[in-house]
Design a protein around this ligand. Structure first.
Ligand code: NDP
Ligand code: MG
Length: 388
């Protein structure tokens, strides 16, 4: 039986992960869970999975008098309750688990990623921002501690599966597929009118709000190129992006002999999550299956980097290297937050990120402090920009 710690258990990936665990109860035991502020769902999950401990990142002070009541409820269930970032990090540092799932959204997930890896624990990573902002630090930490990093992101899970048993030096390139999001066929002139509701309507996937907006701007694909660069130690020249509106082929690898391997499946995050949890094994499940007779037409085209300039900015940040990806990511998190709060328009998201990248002085991103400083600088820059 594998023991799991799930960080971000109340989000889209977190709840899908618990569905996988629920369906494979004999295989997994939940040791701990963590959420930011969704107390009620965390409570329900604790009742159902009986972890040893849970963490609520929101601090006890923010809960006013409710913290005491909450503590009593969890005590009665015999589940330890921790608060704040310290509580989250304490859980991530424990070694009474076999796999830590990091399903936190944003660069807020980085400290937990580093703690888990430094402990030598296997990390199933959904939190792609972790690799975008500090890819070198994260991969070096894993290497030093002998920890395995397994991708949950569907494209990277596909690449991981296609590369299994292959020699990396025989790889010509990887092809990361993208649905193209809800605005794939919209003329650029209409982008000015995009509302939050329009952008939250993803054609193929049900996900958290931040990644849904990233999918609409194609920043998500840019972040995934950076993620692939670090996960598979690939130069940018060996990573291409291809629009595939049906989201059936999750990604492909092309070898030096011209042969291409692809991984296919319905767009259902439970599949890559399950693979990450059972790796290197596979187990049967009852999730819906791909019916080729129904999905008989799979189409592909190149991405439009002018219309979706967030993708272009991400590629640019990767080629600049250093702290540029951390600045890109933080500016994106702030700009997406401002769009979701209707403070800026959709078309302003790339403008804000571009401005942040232009103004920032690049530096090395080898240690946590340097990455954190770049992240903070970028957030402050965007907040200042929004006030002007
Ligand atoms: P959600 O917004 O649905 O969930 C985010 C989770 O993180 C919640 O449990 C939330 O807690 C918690 N959280 C938020 N802020 C913090 C913080 N500061 N510290 C600790 N925990 C925090 O996001 P998704 O599940 O959609 O995405 C999670 C990650 O997985 C992202 O990096 C995303 O890019 C990646 N991913 C997601 C996919 C998807 O299908 N959703 C697909 C591929 C990758 P609370 O609920 O209490 O706010
Ligand atoms: Mg993805």
């Amino acid at each position: 039986m594998k023991r799991l710690g799930i960080l971000g258990s109340t989000g889209s990936i977190g709840t899908n992960c618990l569905q996988v665990v629920e369906a494979l109860r004999e295989e997994f035991e939940v040791t701990y869970l963590a959420s930011h502020s969704n107390v009620e769902l965390l409570w329900q999950q604790a009742q159902m999975f009986r972890p040893k401990a849970v963490a609520l990142v929101q601090s006890a002070q923010n809960l006013n008098g409710a913290a005491y009541d909450l503590q009593r409820r969890f005590d009665a269930l015999d589940v330890e309750l921790l608060f704040g970032d310290e509580g989250l990090l304490e859980l991530a540092s424990r070694d009474d688990v076999d796999i830590v799932v990091n399903a936190i959204v944003g660069s807020a997930g980085l400290p937990a990623t580093l703690r888990a890896l430094a402990n030598g624990v296997t990390l199933a990573l959904a939190n792609k921002e972790t690799l975008v902002v500090a890819g070198e630090l994260v991969t070096q930490t894993a290497k030093r501690a002998g920890a395995t990093l397994i991708p949950i992101d569907s494209e990277h899970s596909a690449l991981w599966q296609c590369l299994s048993g292959e020699r990396l030096e025989r790889l010509e390139r990887v092809i990361i597929t993208a649905s193209g999001g809800p605005f794939r066929e919209w003329p650029y002139d209409a982008f000015n009118k995009i509302t939050v509701a329009d952008a939250l309507k993803h054609p193929n996937w049900r996900m958290g709000r931040k990644i849904t907006i990233d999918s609409a701007t194609l920043m998500n694909k840019g972040l995934e190129v950076i993620e692939a660069h670090w996960l598979f130690a690939l130069p940018l020249a060996k990573i291409s992006v291809l629009i595939h509106p049906q989201s059936i082929i999750h990604s492909m690898v092309e070898f030096v002999d011209g042969s291409i391997k692809a991984q296919l499946g319905l767009p259902d995050m439970r599949l890559p999550i399950q693979y990450a949890l059972t790796y290197p094994d596979r187990l049967p499940n009852a999730f819906p299956r791909l019916d080729f007779a129904r999905w008989h037409t799979l189409t592909f085209h190149e991405p439009d980097l002018e219309k979706f300039s967030c993708l272009k900015l991400a590629l640019q940040a990767l080629s600049e290297g250093g702290t540029a990806p951390a600045v890109l990511n933080a500016a994106n998190e702030e700009a997406v937050g401002a769009f979701l709060n209707e403070r800026v328009r959709f078309v302003q998201i790339p403008q804000i990120i571009s401005e942040a990248l232009e103004q920032h002085r690049n530096g090395q991103a080898r240690d946590f402090e340097a990455v954190l400083a770049a992240d903070r600088w970028s957030r402050a820059f965007v907040q200042q920009y929004l006030c002007n």
